[in-house]
Ligand binder design. Structure first.
Ligand code: LLP
Length: 431
């Protein structure tokens, strides 16, 4: 069944029940409640290994991975990063705090942000190995920080457009991110004058990409800039992240990760050779393609409702834990947790319980006849769902469970209504 290919590597149907990492999803839903998010460690390990192998095969210079923590970050995931070896991209003091709690050494923490606060910069100075500088004002602020400073990379806006949803394009000319070529030259002059540790260039074109061609073009523009800057023999180049994943069976086959890494590596090698530049450390910065397929969301069908032309499955989660369909028109798929091999009984619309017509998780998916009380599993739920989850309608954020070698470990407990009250203060008269 094609739909199963969207699920984690260890997924099986055993006695008609979906299992992941040797754990039966019905028992997990029973034990931990729903909505429940599970992460399969074997799939995470496999994705990191696929990147490492692709880099080792395609790039002759030094290379590495930085995981973009914005895709999903909690202590357990940061600890996994610690064991696996990538660096961690943090975009706020909050994410840096998680990195520290997980014991990541500063040299493996890289800090991003389009408008870093004074607190972000101070934390980065103490706890990061690299700051990616977004703009000249920020560089001025960094200049005034006490030394020593982390290495600085400059974020270039290469003015290359990519084919993806408008909300997740970042490298085009009107984007709010990074600096244009003239500003990069200006920033580099300031670094030289003030003896700031300029050590690399960065760009990021966008997210959920399937075509490596725009990355090649952006690399060409970045190398042209590097040639004008004289960054020395040991410099780093980061072409960001952005490689996509299939969310729906119609998106299969999976975008070819090795082909993407090869295209990037070739463009760097070839462009450096032509310009007589030393090969940079090539640092890739994936988020989604490392974690998306390892995550699965499990919901309980609370009611089934028929309206004009639509069979609605009303779930106990939706918009609050996954705003992606509403924000990016993302198309998901699903399987029943039990009886997954039942034939479809026509299309189904999956909606959450929130007071919002846009709270539709999946629209028109061929799906078996399911009854209230059954569980459904939504694959490819590991990236940008929990990290963008909200408390809309007083929703409590889901529990998260880590699956490895037949064991299920709670890594984030379910939020409670008491958690929602924790930062609220009564008015003075108590009313
Ligand atoms: N590096 C930088 C500087 C980024 O801004 C991002 C993502 C990444 C790396 C990782 O990109 P990835 O490999 O995950 O595509 N909320 C949206 C995605 C926003 C991406 C923001 N930046 C979504 O749910 O699709």
């Amino acid at each position: 069944m094609d739909r199963l290919l969207l699920f984690p590597d260890t997924t099986k149907i055993e006695q008609d029940v979906l299992t992941i990492g040797g754990c039966d999803l019905a028992s997990l839903a029973e034990t931990f409640g729903t909505p429940l998010y599970v992460y399969d460690q074997a799939t995470l390990d496999g994705a990191a290994a696929a990147y490492r192998q692709a880099l080792a095969e395609a790039y002759p210079g030094p290379s590495g991975l930085t995981y973009a923590g914005k895709a999903f970050l909690c202590r357990a995931l940061a600890e996994w990063i610690g064991r696996q070896g990538p660096w961690l991209d943090c975009s706020s003091l909050g994410e840096m705090t998680i990195a520290q709690a997980a014991g990541l050494p500063p040299e493996r923490v890289l800090v991003h942000g389009v408008n870093k606060s004074a607190a972000d910069l101070e934390a980065a100075r103490r706890h990061a190995g690299v700051i990616v500088v977004d703009n000249l004002t920020e560089l001025e602020r960094i200049r005034r920080l006490p030394r020593p400073l982390p290495r600085l990379w400059l974020r270039f806006r290469p003015e290359v457009e990519v084919e993806t949803h408008a909300h997740i394009q970042t490298g085009q000319s009107e984007s709010k991110f990074g600096m244009e070529a003239d500003e990069i030259l200006q920033a580099a002059r300031l670094c030289r004058r003030e003896d700031l540790p300029l050590a690399g260039l960065h760009f990021h074109l966008g997210s959920q990409l399937r075509d490596p061609q725009p990355a090649r073009q952006a690399i060409e523009r970045t190398l042209a800039l590097a040639a004008a800057l004289d960054l020395g023999g040991e410099w780093s180049l980061c072409p960001g992240g952005g490689w996509g994943v299939a969310y729906h069976e119609d998106d299969l086959p999976q975008p070819d990760l090795a082909a993407y890494v090869r295209a990037v590596a070739e463009a760097v090698v070839e462009g450096c050779r032509r310009r007589g530049l030393p090969l940079p450390r090539l640092q890739l910065e994936p988020g989604r393609s490392l974690v998306a397929r390892a995550g699965v969301a499990i919901y309980r069908v609370g009611a089934v409702k028929q309206t004009a032309g639509r069979r609605w499955l009303l779930l106990d989660g939706g918009l609050a834990d996954n705003p992606r369909p509403a924000l990016y028109a993302a198309r998901y798929s699903a399987l029943p947790v039990q009886g997954a091999t039942r034939p479809p009984a026509g299309p189904a619309w999956f909606a959450g319980p929130y007071c919002e017509s846009g709270d539709v998780l999946i629209a028109g998916l061929p799906f078996p006849d399911v009854a209230a009380g059954e569980w459904v599993a939504v694959p490819v739920s590991g990236a940008y769902q929990l990290s963008m989850a909200s408390n809309y309608n007083g929703a409590c954020r889901p529990a998260v469970v880590w699956l490895a070698e037949g064991q299920a470990r709670l890594i984030q407990r379910r939020e409670t209504p008491e958690d929602l009250l924790r930062r609220d203060l009564a008015t003075e008269d108590g009313g």
